[in-house]
Design a protein. Structure first.
Length: 339
């Protein structure tokens, strides 16, 4: 299949590009490089040995030129701004970028008769989860920040779109906490400025770029008091998209009328939670490094425990995460030290 990847130069998009090519698909990437660089495209080529069609374009502009050279079977929509804290101080920037680009994308795909889309959503739509492990049915729509709201509103837009035109095939993927990097060490996550997320903070402390890790709270109701999350290796996450695409393809090939397209939502996580201290200890053990830390108060807006029930994806997509915490820590460090 020929797949349009929006935001394909980013962290998750680049790993997905590699896995799609490995699975025999061809990819075309649109990215405005606001949070990535053209080197990523070169490194996808190096890993896969395949030429990549890349367009440096903003999805909010007219990008129909891309369709003059390609006929797409499906689109995977990664593009968006994703920094939670920044979204609180710059909400309009987030609503503008994430919503306008998605609306423009849907219209453009429709104009070119491509009605198959996979959307990158987030566990953030569950807000403070009503149940653990979190199933897809868990209550949603109580987001705590503008970034989260953009994800929830886009899910709603896609659902409404499917009601109005059921010939669309739509898969919504809710990611838990992606970490790690491609084993080659050529692509990975490159947060700008001081990282907000745990793993990039740990790797930057290990490399000496940051002095010590600040652990936000050790008084949660967890075995060691620190917060628990469902970390998932980004390569496993990328493979989840290949599996979702298979389901999309099957649905679109079996479509006998204009009203039986697919609308499905899946959690992509491991189903296993690890605490902050478990992350630090495993990172130190696997890589033979020290990660100095101090315990601080809780971070505003944080929850104690968050992990997925990924059984729906296993049942329906025949996908499950394979990598464990040790590989996540090893590959995160391999990327950091090669940067
Ligand atoms: P990323 O920032 O690395 O990648 C997003 C890419 O989109 C970047 O390369 C950026 O330049 C591009 N982009 C942004 N706005 C654009 C626009 N208007 N036009 C064209 N390109 C644009 O982020 P990521 O971690 O790879 O995340 C990919 C998607 O997954 C995002 O939608 C994000 O919200 C979602 N997600 C990420 C996480 C995570 O922890 N990384 C968790 C849940 C959901
Ligand atoms: C964050 C985002 C969430 C997003 C998710 C995955 C916030 C409030 N939420 O959630 O929207 O979907 O990433 O990208 O930012 N921690 C420390 N010290 C640090 C950093 C983190 O102790 O320097 C702890 C946190 O308190 C938490 C755990 O590590 O217990 C994981 O934090 P983080 O990586 O930021 O992910 P989330 O909080 O799950």
């Amino acid at each position: 299949m020929k797949i349009l990847l929006t935001g394909g130069a980013g962290y998750i998009g680049s790993h997905t590009a590699v896995e799609l090519i490995k699975a025999g698909h061809s990819v075309v990437i649109i990215d405005n490089l606001i949070n990535s660089s053209e080197d990523v495209i070169k490194n996808i080529k190096r890993i896969t040995g395949t030429e990549i069609s890349f367009y440096k374009l903003d999805l909010r502009d007219d990008f129909s030129c891309v369709f003059s050279g390609h006929v797409f079977d499906a689109c995977i929509h990664f593009a968006g701004l994703k920094a939670v804290g920044e979204s609180v101080s710059l909400p309009l920037r987030y609503y503008n970028n994430n919503l306008i680009s998605t609306l423009n994308l849907i219209k453009t795909l429709e104009n070119h008769n491509c009605k198959n889309i996979i959307f990158s959503s987030s566990a953030t739509v569950y807000g403070t989860p009503a149940e653990i492990p979190i199933t897809e049915q868990c209550p949603k729509g109580t987001c705590t920040n503008p970034y989260g709201w953009t994800k929830w509103v886009i899910e709603q837009i896609l659902t409404d779109l499917h009601v109005s035109d059921p010939s669309w095939n739509i898969v919504i993927l809710r990611y838990f906490n992606p970490v790690g990097a491609h084993q080659s060490g050529l692509i990975g996550e490159s947060p700008k400025g001081i990282p907000n997320n745990l793993m990039p903070y740990i790797t930057q402390v290990a490399s000496g770029r940051l002095e010590k890790l600040h652990i936000f709270g050790n008084d949660y109701e967890t075995p060691d008091g620190t917060g628990i999350r469902d970390y998932i290796h980004v390569v496993d996450l990328a493979k989840g998209h290949v599996a979702a695409l298979k389901a999309l393809k099957k649905s679109s090939e079996n479509q006998t009328s204009d009203d039986n397209g697919l609308l499905s939502v899946y959690n992509l996580g491991t189903g296993r939670g690890y605490s902050v201290l478990e992350m630090v200890n495993t990172f130190e053990k696997v890589n033979g490094l020290k990660v100095p830390y101090v315990i601080e108060g809780r971070r505003a807006g944080d929850i104690g425990i968050c992990y997925s029930d990924p059984s729906k994806a296993r049942r329906e997509l025949n996908w499950k995460a394979e990598y464990g915490l040790e590989e996540m820590c090893r590959d995160s460090w391999n990327w950091e030290k090669n940067k």
